[in-house]
Design a protein around this ligand. Structure first.
Ligand code: ADP
Length: 269
């Protein structure tokens, strides 16, 4: 029995992606998409060719964070099927061009995606196999929160090189994070690491560090699970503003979050 043509195309394309990195979280709202977008931009700032796939079909906001949510997706006929051409962002030449694809670009903003699982799986596979991604140093995949079907689909279809699990320092988030880490272990992903987001706040008046949600949770979890700890990202009031403007915070050089993202990215490469 052969594999279906779409799966075959994914297998061909992934040969041209040097490192396939998944970004996950145990639950929503911990900053998973923010981390995916800023890691991608930091890598592009270092000169790498990066593609970002927003696989979070139920809350796709990667396109918005890159400012390409209204981009028109063109398609080209390749043999017997059509391939989509991903929009490219380079922030006026500040970074190496990043290719971005997201369900958010294909669905009107005010319409929730109420699809059956099989359709979601197909759409996800198309975003991998029916897009002209070309040669990439890093393919960053922003997964939906949790440990659901879509994650299984992607990890069964392509061979991930790394999984980055995002958490906040809180207990509840950490429990869920442990589950996401274990799922990646079960899928035999060769490199797994934890990033702690919203770790602390730098007081804009006195410059002191304030631990809002406790301290050291992400690091403890990484130790317990025997995976790498890549670092902490502070709460940065500018992060929200930046993501609304479609400019990743890592491009605001002098902010605490930008510094943290660059350090973490250097550790990763
Ligand atoms: P998730 O993908 O886990 O659901 P998002 O990346 O969408 O989370 O982030 C949720 C919200 O928190 C967004 O409004 C985002 O701008 C904000 N946010 C994420 N990380 C930070 C941070 N370090 N500092 C300030 N705001 C942040």
């Amino acid at each position: 029995f052969g594999v279906d043509p779409l799966t075959q195309r994914i297998k061909e394309k992934e040969k041209k992606w040097k490192y396939k990195v998944a970004v996950l979280s145990g639950k929503g709202g911990v900053g998973k998409s923010t981390v995916a977008v800023n890691l991608a931009t930091a890598l592009a700032k270092l000169g790498y060719f990066v593609g970002v796939l927003d696989a979070d079909v139920h809350g796709p906001n990667v396109a918005k964070m890159f400012g390409v949510e209204k981009a028109e997706i063109l398609a080209e006929k390749v043999n017997d099927h059509f391939e989509m051409i991903p929009p490219v962002v380079d922030f006026m030449g500040q970074v190496t061009p990043i290719k971005v694809m997201s369900m958010g670009m294909m669905v009107p903003e005010d319409q929730p995606i109420i699809w059956r699982g099989a359709l979601v799986t197909k759409a996800l596979k198309q975003l991998l196999g029916d897009v002209k991604w070309g040669e990439l140093d890093f393919m960053i995949i922003d997964f939906p929160p949790g440990t659901g079907d879509q994650i299984l689909t992607v990890t069964q279809t392509l061979k991930l090189d790394a999984a980055i699990v995002v958490t906040t320092p809180q207990e509840v988030a950490l429990l869920d994070t442990g589950k996401a880490v274990n799922m990646m272990k079960q899928m035999e992903v060769p490199y797994i690491a934890v990033i702690e987001n919203m770790s602390y706040l730098i007081c804009p008046h006195c410059g002191n560090k304030i631990d809002l949600f406790g301290e050291g949770g992400g690091e403890k979890l990484a130790k317990k699970e025997n995976v790498d700890f890549l670092g902490k990202i502070p709460i940065d009031p500018k992060a929200r503003e930046a993501s609304d403007l479609g400019i990743p915070i890592v491009l605001y050089d002098d902010t605490p979050a930008a510094k943290a993202f660059m350090e973490i990215t250097q550790r990763l490469v």
